[in-house]
Design a protein around this ligand. Structure first.
Ligand code: GDP
Length: 332
């Protein structure tokens, strides 16, 4: 039975990946940080097959112990301070966890090692936010980075140190440069889920309006369930490499809002949306659109869920979720 170790197991991607690997016959270990972390309880209920291992990306000895205990074949480093807006307020914490955390994971893997025939393979969750103020469109594995937030800067460090350890020590270390990927498990702080949840609540009469920031920025949004498959495919290659994972289509926040409202039959969405400077960022990533040709050719990976299906899936989920919470029978 292959063994996989996942940091960030309680997040959107960690949960999707754990399910994916379990279905493939893996023994799955998930690192959970903190004392009496309420997310651990949630994880035990949702994914009882995961063996929870304590550890913290800020604490190298804890990572070494976690590696020694799990003895993994594959390590997926998905743990991070992952919310761009928060990274502006907690920049040092973001640099420590999202950036230096990668270095600590690589060091822990080097110390524990795996065996010669089967060295530990490492996946780093790199991000399209590294492209930031984009130098070319669409963005590929060769596009230079120009991050626009402490989160983006930390991810650039994580990406570069992964490449450096691969080149310096011959480690099987690969990076997936994943563009935004969403789904019903996305946290409510991210714009997609914030919008689909608010639209569901407005449609159910539980909320009047939605308050947002910049409606003009554009993102290449895919479905998280499709993207975790790409992570696994990268780890099965004969040689470690870096891959852009994206849909190749981009949409503005306004498109997202419009489509989500259309899903519940509300055309006059403008009267339901208010903009507030609170949700604008000190520096913005205006336009992301990825070129995943390399992943298509080398990994045989293609996304299955498109933007319209994604928004529809999320709105439907939030209608059911909010109805259940409010104790009402959904109208659609
Ligand atoms: P990101 O691409 O990782 O920063 O993902 P987000 O979902 O947090 O943000 C995507 C885009 O939506 C950014 O350009 C934000 O500025 C924009 N946006 C506009 N209003 C909001 C809002 O209320 N919340 C969030 N999270 N983003 C917003």
């Amino acid at each position: 039975m292959p063994r996989a170790f996942i940091t960030g197991i309680t997040g959107q991607d960690g949960r999707h990946l754990a399910e994916f690997l379990y279905d493939k016959g893996y023994e799955v270990f998930g690192m959970v940080t903190g004392q009496n972390n309420p997310k651990a309880e949630y994880l035990r209920n949702e994914l009882p097959f995961v063996e929870i291992v304590p550890g913290d990306l800020a604490d190298l000895p804890s990572l070494v112990k976690a590696m020694a205990h799990a003895q993994p074949d594959e390590v997926y480093n998905l743990g991070a301070i992952s919310f761009v807006a928060m990274s502006f307020n907690q920049a040092e914490l973001t640099a420590n966890i999202t950036g230096l955390g990668v270095l600590r994971m690589l060091e822990a893997i080097r110390m524990v090692g795996g065996n010669e025939n089967n060295p530990i393979r490492f996946y780093q969750a790199s991000s399209s936010e590294m492209f930031g103020k984009v130098r070319e469109t669409p963005q590929t594995e060769l596009t230079p980075f120009h991050p626009r937030s402490p989160y983006g800067c930390a991810k650039v460090f994580g990406h570069d140190i992964t490449v450096n350890y691969r080149e310096s020590y011959g480690m099987f270390a690969c990076s997936g440069i994943l563009f935004n990927h969403e789904g019903p498990r996305r946290g409510l702080e991210f714009v997609t889920r914030k919008v689909t949840n608010a639209v569901a609540r407005i449609s159910l009469g539980l909320q009047e309006e939605i308050v947002l920031g910049n409606l003009d920025s554009k993102r290449d949004w895919g479905y998280a369930g499709d993207y975790v498959k790409a992570m696994w495919l990268m780890m099965q290659q004969p040689e470690p490499d870096d891959f852009v994972i994206s849909t190749g289509n981009t949409h503005s926040i306004e498109d997202l809002v419009q489509r989500a409202f259309a899903e519940v039959g509300i055309d006059d969405w403008k009267s339901r949306v208010r903009q507030d400077p609170r949700f604008f960022r000190p520096a913005e990533v205006d336009l992301l659109i990825g070129d995943a040709s390399k992943a298509r050719t080398k990994l045989g990976w293609t996304p299955e869920v498109d933007f319209a299906q994604l928004v529809s899936m999320m709105v439907k989920h939030d209608l059911a979720y909010e109805s259940r919470k409010a104790g009402i029978v959904p109208a659609v």
